[in-house]
Each structure stands twice: as C-alpha cells, then as structure tokens.
Design a binder for this molecule. Structure first.
Ligand SMILES: Nc1ncnc2c1ncn2[C@@H]1O[C@H](COP(=O)(O)OP(=O)(O)O)[C@@H](O)[C@H]1O
Ligand SMILES: [Mg+2]
Length: 444
C-alpha cells in the first residue's frame, strides 16, 4: 500500500469533517518519530481552533472505513499522543538482533521499543529498580503476543545474569510457552502438571518465609514465571493455593528478591484481578477485546489497548507513570537463544527448590503417574462433551467417578474420603488434558 495515497485518503476524511487536522507521514529516521515495523505512523498537525483529542478519536471509524474501502480489507487505526497509527498490510517484525541485545546489564529485561516522541528507544526494566516488583503481561491469547514477550524478557534476563545471582521456577500447564526454558541453567523447578505446580507455589512461599525470618539479604533473585494464569486458576486446588499465597508473595516478595512474571489473558475476569492489577509494578497490556477490559486492566481511560493489532504491540505501564506504547521484540528461534545462554554460563546444575516429597506418599510423583495411567482409559470411556457457549467443556457420565476410583484403588474401593479427593484431582487433571487437545486441534 502506498502511504502517500493513504495519506490523501486520511486527509480527505479530515477535510470532509472540517476536523482541523492534517496528517503528515513520519519517515524512518525522522528526528521526532520513527515508523514502526508494524505501522505507518502519521503525525497529526492541528490547525483548527477546537480540535480535541476526543474529536480526533471520534473520527477513527470514518478513517477505518475509508482505508478499508481502499485496501479491501479491515483496518483498525489507533490514535494516541498526536500520532495516528495505521497498521501496515504486511507488518514487519522487530527482530531481537544482536544490536538490540547489546549493552545490557545484570538483571535487565528487554521488552521492546518505544516509538513516540522524542525519539525511538529500547524499553527495558531492571529487576533491581524498586518500582519493578512484579510483572504482568495481559492480552488476548493467540493475538497479543504475551508468551513471545515473556520469552524475550526471560532470555535477556538469563543471558545477562549469572545462575549464581538468578534462579527461576516456571509453571506452564500447557507445556508449550515456556518449555524451551526448561533446560536453562537458572532453573530450579519446572511444572507442567498441577501437582508439581502446587509444590512450586508452596516452595516459593516457603522460600519467602525463610528469607523474611532470616532477615535475609540474599542477593540471589528468585523468579516465579507463570505462563498463563488462567490455566492454573482453572484447577480449584491450585486456585485456592494461589489465592492463599499470592498476597504475601506480591506484597513482601520483591523486597526479599522474589519476583513474579505472570501472563494472563484477561485478569479482570479472575477473582484476583484487582489485586493483580495493583500489586504488579510493571503491566503490559496487549490487544484486548474492548474498551472496558482495556480500562480495567490499565486502570485508566483512553489507552486504546482494544485498538492494538496484537503481535507484540503493547501498552507499557510502569507504576504511576503515563502509559507508553511499545512494540515487543520478536524472538525467531528461542531454542537457539537457550543454547546461547547455556553456552555462556556452562553446565550449572542448581538444586531443585522443592525436593521430592517423601513424607506424603499421596503426592509422590511415581504414584501420581501410576494413578493417572490407571484412570486415563476409564476417564476417556466415561467422558462426554457438552456443547456450550463457552466453547470447550464436558462432564463425566453418571457413575464415572466411581469407575475411576475402582480403576485406581481396586474393585469395591471406598468412594469417600481421601479416595474421593484423589479422584477429584485426577478428574481435574484429565479434564484439562482433554481441553488442551481440543485447543490444539483448534489452533491447527
Ligand atoms: N513481537 C512480535 N512480533 C511479531 N509477531 C509476534 C510478536 N509477538 C507475537 N507475535 C505473533 O502473534 C501470535 C501470538 O503470539 P503469542 O506470543 O503466542 O501470544 P499469546 O501468548 O498472547 O497467546 C503468534 O503468531 C506470534 O508469532
Ligand atoms: Mg501464550
């Protein structure tokens, strides 16, 4: 698409509505602005008497319509800070090049680049800065680019910080987003099932308690990464556990060197939503569904998060500062990056944060796997899909739970007490497994 032709279209709409503004294309390398890889940016020169931000925003639907009829494709323009962003037909990526990676310090996390005036610059945060605390990345799944942004942040952090000074534990119940990091030298715990996730949350809470009691000035930071909070909250037992420990980790964690990096599609829907929003020093809000969600996640009007095109476009909110619009870096080959990090720090093997729990037989890994294996076919035979408005869902047929208990504990086993509890855990786990299958089938 020819930007100057599109400029004529934009300016025609402004003229027809006596808008009192003129759109000027901002060229790459301009001293004031730089065209982003995903956008054509237009600087709006105002010459009208009564031109307000509001009157420009009101014209957005008109501008979208005009561009749409030219491109024969849907266009969503976004206006903020005197700049009109028009998505490119073929958005280019902002690759995480060696130049972008240069000159970073210990505990730095690179996020993206910021293109509004006065000049483009890298946006990074440093875990030592007191305002940082915890980091939340929100936005519509498969559109926003939350996982990609977290991968960039975690890679740059691990690349610049020695495993002596940085430990990480990760919960990734879909087993996809964070799995390339499983073999980072900094890893002290990894969970892709809810059993292990529970142990890690408890382990982090215990480590915090230990640091508080020892009035520890432990300079080794411990990061808990949760790729998608909703996956965790969907399990009742994990939800309860997270609700129990989150407030303390959120309020006392950072000063004790324990930080959260949490991805969440739409935290405002979660019961913890409000707390999450207030406790997270750094918030990154990508594409969301509507202006109401945008407001509730960013805590302010008019950020236009619902007009973001996804693919790494985020509103970056750092404490009480004004929101900044950023484009996240794109990491094309995360495995290559992991190799690079491993080469840099060598073969370090950190002790796991939580050892195998021998006292509690019920929670030993082998038993859990054995129980799951015994239950899986019976679960499958007793499971039926229930078509519903929420997309995925299903339930156990009558008598399904009893059949599972018998498969695990033997014929005629007690269906109450601890057997019942175990069956519930198994059902939760296998339900999630089913849902995952459906999600992946959909994604393909
Ligand atoms: N910074 C980026 N630049 C370009 N494309 C991106 C970027 N981040 C994500 N994407 C693309 O957007 C889609 C969703 O990304 P993903 O990180 O999986 O999002 P989420 O975790 O929010 O579901 C993917 O197709 C991904 O390739
Ligand atoms: Mg994701």
């Amino acid at each position: 698409m020819n930007p100057s032709l599109e400029g004529n279209i934009l300016n025609r709409v402004f003229a027809e509505h006596n808008a009192g503004v003129w759109a000027m294309f901002v060229h790459k390398g301009s001293p004031r602005l730089m065209v982003t890889p995903a956008y054509n940016a237009w600087y709006l020169v105002r010459f009208g008497q009564a031109v307000t931000e509001h009157s420009i925003r009101e014209l957005l639907p008109e501008l979208n319509r005009a561009l749409r009829s030219y491109r024969k494709d849907k266009v969503t323009c976004r206006y903020e800070d005197g700049v009109l962003e028009v998505p490119r037909v073929k958005p280019a990526r902002l690759d995480l090049t060696d130049t972008a990676l240069g000159g970073l310090s210990e505990y730095d996390m690179l996020l993206g680049a910021h293109y509004t005036p006065p000049r483009p610059r890298r946006v990074k945060v440093n875990l030592l800065d007191p305002y940082v605390g915890h980091i939340m990345v929100a936005g519509t799944t498969r559109i926003a680019g939350k996982t990609t942004l977290k991968r960039v942040a975690i890679s740059t952090l691990a690349l610049n910080t020695s495993p002596d000074r940085l430990h990480m534990v990760m919960i990734d119940l879909k087993g996809v987003g964070m799995s390339p990091f499983k073999h980072l030298p900094h890893i002290r715990g990894w969970a892709s099932d809810h059993e292990e996730a529970g142990r890690l949350i408890r382990g982090v809470a215990k480590e915090l308690q230990r640091r508080v009691e020892a009035e520890s000035t432990d300079s080794t930071k411990l990061i808990l990464v949760i790729d998608e909070l909703a996956d965790l909250i969907n399990f009742r037992a994990l939800n309860d556990l997270f609700q129990e420990h989150f407030p303390t980790i959120a309020t006392r964690g950072a000063e004790m060197g324990i930080h959260l990096i949490v991805g969440a599609q739409n935290p405002s829907r979660l019961s913890l939503g409000a707390q999450l929003r207030t406790q997270m020093g750094i918030k990154l809000v990508g594409h969301v569904e509507d202006a109401t969600i945008a407001k509730s996640l960013t805590g302010r009007e008019g950020t236009g998060a619902h007009l973001l095109p996804g693919m790494g476009s985020f509103i970056y909110i750092n404490g009480g500062d004004s929101p900044i619009r950023i484009q996240g870096y794109y990491l094309a080959d995360v495995n290559l990056m992991v190799d690079r990090i491993r080469q840099k720090w060598g073969d370090v093997k950190l002790p796991p944060l939580v050892g195998a729990d021998r006292k509690n037989r019920k929670f030993s890994r082998r038993d859990w796997e054995t129980d799951l294996q015994a239950a899986r076919p019976v679960f499958g035979a007793n499971w039926k899909w229930v078509p519903g408005s929420s997309g995925i869902g299903g339930e156990l047929k009558e008598g399904g739970k009893k059949a599972i208990i018998e498969a695990v504990f033997g014929k005629g086993a007690d269906t109450g007490g601890s057997n019942n509890k175990r069956a519930n855990e198994i059902i939760e786990h296998l339900t999630a497994e089913k849902e995952r299958e459906v999600l992946y089938a959909e994604a393909r």
